[in-house]
Write a protein that binds this ligand. Structure first.
Ligand SMILES: [Zn+2]
Length: 368
């Protein structure tokens, strides 16, 4: 969820850092691709594993307009809104109506209706158009022991629609501390319930968790790293995509970030974890120097099944804006092997989300 509407910007050095590993295997050729929109002869250029149709005040792009932006370049999209609503508190900003969380001190709150909004947008499409989307459930409070029950209720209300949950957030700079109520944490059993349930159903999880706090003092313990590792190890049956490999608008890659991702990718107990390189703030680090680009490419080439491309755009208005990050990543893509590039842009998405569709539909049939 990141960021969005207002410029996100970013981090600094990618340096050692950013990205991750991956593993997808040779994804079969576009098995579940749309039958409708005539795919170009050579296939679509990419799938988008991270996309927000709506913003922090639950407004956004009409899904039919968005299909036009996807055009014949983007095949499939992991589709979600944003689970948080920025409150317009008149006592705080008066007649100024904030549309972004940095524009006011008023709190954010969980807006569960986002799930119905996304489901109804999806259901308004033809089957061929629907085949190009993997809708995601986001409208739950991950600090609430009842969160998993919300997810189950959404599946029951809208069977045949959803492929996963997320992008939802535990630690996010400037956002987590603004949310009304109990602060989310990686150690909260409510989150364990959510991940357990996702694993049972087969829902893909897109999790945003910053790798560190903003502006850490030199030598400060990056305590979120072991907390996240332990959380992921507790849920080996749940497919988790770590959004943005943990960097943010201000949160920078931790020391030896690329090394950390490489160790995670190599760890058998984390083989269910994937990494998305979405967000122009991540791309900025990756292309910050030829060395950073090469180091990132080396890592992805080593673990080609574990990384997914995504835009992390929010409610885009035109194709140029929507695919800006794809163009930013050109230097990285140029350094990937053809096989790796295919996996990062399409193959890994197809492998993970085709499986999620099969598993979630089977669970719905058996349990609802
Ligand atoms: Zn996002």
């Amino acid at each position: 969820m990141t960021h969005v509407t207002a410029g996100r910007h970013g981090l600094a050095t990618l340096a050692a850092g950013v990205l991750l590993a991956g593993a997808l295997l040779a994804a079969g050729p576009a098995a579940a691709q749309s039958k409708s929109a005539p795919a170009p002869a050579g296939g679509y250029e990419m799938h988008d594993g991270h996309f927000h149709l709506t913003n922090y005040i639950q407004e956004g792009t009409d899904i039919r307009e968005f299909l036009k932006l996807m055009g014949n370049r983007v095949g499939r999209v992991a589709l979600f809104g944003i689970p948080l609503q920025q409150m317009w508190a008149h006592e705080n900003t008066g007649d100024f109506a904030p549309t972004y969380y940095l524009q006011t001190d008023a709190p954010l709150y969980y807006y569960s209706f986002t799930d119905a909004w996304i489901a109804m947008a999806y259901k308004s499409l033809s089957p061929a158009e629907q085949a190009r989307f993997d809708p995601m459930i986001t409208g739950f409070n991950p600090a609430d022991m009842y969160a998993a029950d919300h997810i189950r209720r959404v599946l029951k209300t809208f069977p045949g629609v959803f492929s996963g949950i997320g992008e939802f957030t535990i630690h996010k700079e400037f956002v987590s501390s603004k949310i009304a109520g109990e602060t989310a944490s990686l150690m909260n059993p409510a989150l364990d319930r959510v991940l357990d349930f996702a694993g049972q159903v087969g829902l893909v999880v897109i999790l945003h968790n910053d790798v560190d706090m903003p502006f850490p003092k030199a030598g400060q313990d990056p305590y979120l790293v072991p907390q996240l590792r332990d959380l992921l190890k507790r849920h080996p049956k749940t497919t988790v995509i770590w959004a943005h490999v943990g960097v943010g608008r201000v949160v920078q890659p931790v020391k030896d970030h690329l090394g950390m991702i490489g160790r995670a990718a190599a760890a058998p107990e984390l083989s269910h974890v994937y990494f998305d390189i979405s967000w122009d703030q991540v791309a900025k680090y990756v292309i910050s120097s030829p060395e950073a680009t090469q180091a990132t490419a080396d890592l992805i080439n080593r673990y080609p099944d574990r990384f997914l491309f995504g835009t992390d755009e929010v409610a885009p208005k035109d194709q140029v804006g929507y695919l800006k990050i794809y163009d930013m990543y050109a230097p990285l893509f140029a350094k990937l092997t053809p096989e790796t590039k295919q996996k990062v842009l399409k193959g890994n998405y197809e492998r993970l989300f085709d499986k999620a569709r099969r598993d979630v539909r089977a669970w719905e049939k058996a349990n609802l």
